[in-house]
Design a protein around this ligand. Structure first.
Ligand SMILES: Cc1cc2nc3c(=O)[nH]c(=O)nc-3n(C[C@H](O)[C@H](O)[C@H](O)COP(=O)(O)OP(=O)(O)OC[C@H]3O[C@@H](n4cnc5c(N)ncnc54)[C@H](O)[C@@H]3O)c2cc1C
Length: 304
């Protein structure tokens, strides 16, 4: 694959930073990272454009004019931005300043006579392929598209002076988020539950299996949004979390595309379902046809 002359990566979180820097190294001859926060985390690009520490008074959005100035002076072929809420906002501002548009939430990106991206459309039922025709492509990159590898590069540090925004966003109040705090993205193993569970008390069968194999528990959208048996932070799929675990065990889950796109990159997919014709059996590496109430205790006992 031919490479681009220069790729600039912008990350908000350290997990994404590592993936974006790997992506930049695979796509570009020279790479730079724009980062605000803990400097010691920001390795792997040829150049680190360091913005400074973030604070409630100075949030990432406030750096938009600073970043836009940098992008204009550096003229990269590609600006890769973490597909977080703030990242998407920044990407939109950068693209608008450059007179182009964002290629949003790329699930694949490559160079073929320019920057080409693929992204999911129609709730995960299809992919759209888009080619950028501008001199600088602005792309938000979905998590898990690139493996976070060590590029071995020690960045040349450039401290970037702050350009204050004309109309900064003002934070009026900060409150701790109600509900639990869980990071399924960091989990190597996921046990996911679906509507095959007929009561919240039954979820402990999945939790016991998860504990036995060192997994986190996730769910389908109806379990979080309709039944409200689990926090929204745990639901997987096109409108929830997109994951790339080593192991995904889907229990009482039919295998609808909107859920499965969130785990299809998993290394191994195991399905447990009482219906032998369930769609999930067409998408798994291992399948167990059976009632979860008998299969789960047996599996848990075996793993223990
Ligand atoms: C625009 C859009 C976006 C969506 N986004 C998401 C998303 O991000 N994430 C998501 O999850 N969904 C999403 N959905 C919903 C999705 O289409 C499915 O409806 C949902 O994933 C189905 O959840 P489920 O598999 O838990 O339930 P069901 O489809 O009802 O499947 C339950 C399964 O449990 C099995 N079962 C029943 N009893 C047992 C038992 N005792 N033992 C073992 N198996 C049993 C059944 O055979 C069945 O296959 C979206 C839908 C739309 C339209």
């Amino acid at each position: 694959m031919s490479k681009l002359a220069k790729v600039l990566a912008i990350a908000e979180h350290t997990d994404a930073l590592k993936e974006l820097v790997s992506a930049a190294a695979q796509l570009g001859e020279t790479t730079a990272l724009i980062w605000a926060g803990d400097k010691s985390q920001a390795n792997g690009a040829d150049t680190l454009y360091y913005l400074g520490e973030l604070s409630p008074e100075r949030i990432l959005e406030h750096y938009a004019p600073t970043i836009i100035n940098l992008v204009k002076s550096e003229q990269p072929s590609l600006v890769l931005v973490e597909a977080s809420r703030r990242g998407r906002l920044l990407a939109g501002m950068i693209a608008a300043a450059l007179g182009t548009s964002v290629l949003a939430d790329a699930a694949e990106i490559y160079v073929d006579g320019g920057v080409v991206t693929k992204r999911m459309v129609y709730g995960g039922a299809a992919f759209s392929t888009e080619r950028c025709t501008a001199a600088t492509a602005v792309v938000t990159l979905s998590p898990g598209v690139f493996e976070a590898t060590d590029t071995g590069k020690a960045a040349n540090l450039v401290e970037v002076p702050f350009t204050a925004p004309a109309r900064p966003v003002k934070c009026l109040e900060r409150r701790t988020k109600a509900g639990e705090s869980v990071n399924l993205r960091a989990a190597k193993r996921i046990v996911a539950v679906g509507r095959g569970f007929s009561a919240p008390e039954e979820l402990q069968l999945a939790e016991q299996l998860a504990a036995a194999i060192g997994a986190e528990v996730g769910c389908t959208r109806p379990i979080a949004e309709e039944e409200k048996w689990m926090d929204k932070a745990r639901y997987i799929g096109v409108s929830g979390l997109m994951l790339k675990p080593d192991l995904y065990v889907g229990i009482g889950i039919s295998g609808q595309v909107q859920h499965m796109v969130g785990v299809s990159p998993a290394r191994t997919i195991v399905a447990i379902n009482s219906d032998k014709n369930a769609m999930i059996f067409k998408q798994c590496d291992y399948g167990i046809v059976g009632d979860l109430k008998t299969v789960l205790p047996a599996l848990t006992a075996k793993f223990r």
